[in-house]
Design a protein around this ligand. Sequence first.
Ligand code: NZQ
Ligand code: ZN
Length: 403
Amino acid sequence: MFSEAVVLTCERGIQVDAFRFYNPTTLYYGKGQIEKHLAEEVTKIGKRVLLLYGGGSIKRNGLYDKVVGILQNAGVSLFELSGVEPNPRLSTVHKGIAICRENHIDLILAVGGGSVLDCGKAIAMGVKYDGDVWDIYQRKGKATGALPLGTILTLAATGSEMNSGGVITNWETKEKLGGGSPYTFPVFSFCDPENTYTVPRDQTVYGICDMLAHCFEHYFHPTRHTPLQQHLIEAVMRTIVENAKTAVENPNDYDARETMMYCSTMALNGMISMGITGDWACHAIEHEISAIYDIPHGGGLAIVFPHWMEHVKNVNPSRFASLAKNVFGVDANGKTDAELADIAIAKVREFYQSIGAPQHLADYQIGDDQLERMASQAVRFGEIGHFKKLGKDDVHKILQAAL
Ligand code: NZQ
Ligand code: ZN
């Protein structure tokens, strides 16, 4: 896979029982790495850098000053694009492409959460694409190259720091689509847990829901005989469940923030999911909710997942039974797989409640008026999901249940 685990299974659902693993991102983890290695990593690529960031969190917590100081000392010419939105928009991507072209940018440095990183990937592909980069997300075109992208991650959630995928919203058409290419792996990513200390409580929760969701998407798959993958995914899920509350309640707890950051990277960098075709229906459904209502991705996933689980549990109750036993420590003695499946779903709900995740679409004031549209759009490229293939009616039922 060129993170085929991420891009191919996520977006096209190709069976990868025989697989190629490719992940070229250099990862710098932990304290002090930015000070030691950022200048060297940047300047070996070039001296004209687009600094891309979001709505200002990096200015408020001092990271902006630190990064700018390091790069200016290294003789780098900095160009800036700020204001990347959560659920980053195509219009911002277009602005970034224009800046890169006009200023002969050598490297994009994305500093922020998944939205900033994903925007960086889209700009990087767009600069090298002869046409509108949106084609790539609409599956009407393929990336032909990309500018190098480096990242400094500030929020543990998406895994974008070590994968080649990204998600962009076209706010005019109310579409939110994933896309990527072998060219869009970050060249390097800096992940210092201290840079996540200022992530607000709600975003910490959404991030946790997202990384857990990535594990679920891998875990529920139709591929036969995957014992190691199952245990690796369970290990990440157990670690998330065991440490989440501390990260939410003690934002400056280094160990908890570090554990969450590592879990989020591992959940979607292809390492735990080689050779399996994950499900990804819940992501497709969530993207439709965000596309219209602009809600946080992780919050949408926490709402959708339990209802998807109810909808598909009979396909393979033993997988749910393993979730109950191996992740939530349920004593299986005397219980059928079907009973354990119900317990697993209850445990998932309990976990979401314990960290204060949203549970209903109503929590975001979403009613039933756009269900039809969301269900149609979710299956625009055909049925979704691989654990169980879902058509429009299935999606509609899941959304209805989630109201
Ligand atoms: O914009 P700023 O001011 O930086 O504030 C952000 C934003 O408001 C804030 N934040 C980030 N780091 C912070 C911080 N606030 C204080 N201190 C910090 N250190 O958090 C808010 C949300 O940021 P965002 O980047 O939107 O969150 P997240 O990392 O959850 O990214 C969500 C986006 O990623 C996509 C989602 O669909 C969504 O568009 N995904 C990307 C994936 C990928 N590339 O592999 C996979 C995922 O499944 C997901 O679909
Ligand atoms: Zn996700």
